[in-house]
Design a protein around this ligand. Structure first.
Ligand SMILES: [Ca+2]
Ligand SMILES: [Ca+2]
Length: 177
């Protein structure tokens, strides 16, 4: 399980978006506000996005808690993994599908480079060349990647125990996204 824990720790590093040393709803607030702003959402769209983003954070990042340390996060993930792997994979599939559907703002079923850049920026990843390198690893066609491809790569990242298998998301973390 060490390999999974290693990757879950990488994932956790993404959630302290306001860089104050803890993960809580203030991070969600910063991410979803920036996301809405960068996409120039209308009031109605913004309301939906803020709501969906908030639900995603509460359920999948914070596990219903108000604050999450790295050790809390690893403990919750490890316990869920150990108690029922299939259920864990299903949970992660729902988690990644949900966030990818939010990221696909124009609802065409693909993530464009622009949509990709906006979510990365909203999450505090401001090095555009690294974000684009990450995106290129999905081999986009006409500048787009199906949301399912991106969602599955993240499910793979958080659930695959085999370190010999290619892992686009892990590689992106390792080259410094
Ligand atoms: Ca924080
Ligand atoms: Ca799209």
């Amino acid at each position: 399980m060490d390999y999974l824990v290693y990757k879950w720790k990488l994932w956790y590093t993404w959630f302290d978006i306001n860089k104050d040393g803890k993960v809580d709803f203030a991070d969600a607030e910063q991410e979803r506000s920036k996301f809405s702003k960068l996409h120039h959402l209308s009031d109605d769209e913004k309301k939906t996005v803020m709501d969906q983003f908030g639900k995603w954070w509460s359920e999948y990042v914070l596990w219903g808690k108000s604050e999450m340390t790295e050790s809390d996060f690893i403990e919750l993930m490890s316990n869920a993994w150990k108690s029922d792997k299939q259920k864990f994979v299903e949970r992660m599939q729902t988690c990644m599908d949900m966030i990818c559907n939010i990221v696909d703002t124009n609802k065409d079923g693909d993530i464009s480079l622009e949509e990709f850049n906006i979510i990365m920026k909203s999450a505090g990843h401001n090095d555009k060349s690294l974000d684009e390198k990450f995106f290129e690893n999905y081999h986009p066609v006409d500048g787009k990647v199906p949301i399912k491809v991106i969602s599955d790569s993240w499910v793979h990242f958080v659930t695959c125990e085999d370190s010999e298998k290619p892992d686009i998301v892990k590689v992106a973390f390792e080259f410094g996204v």
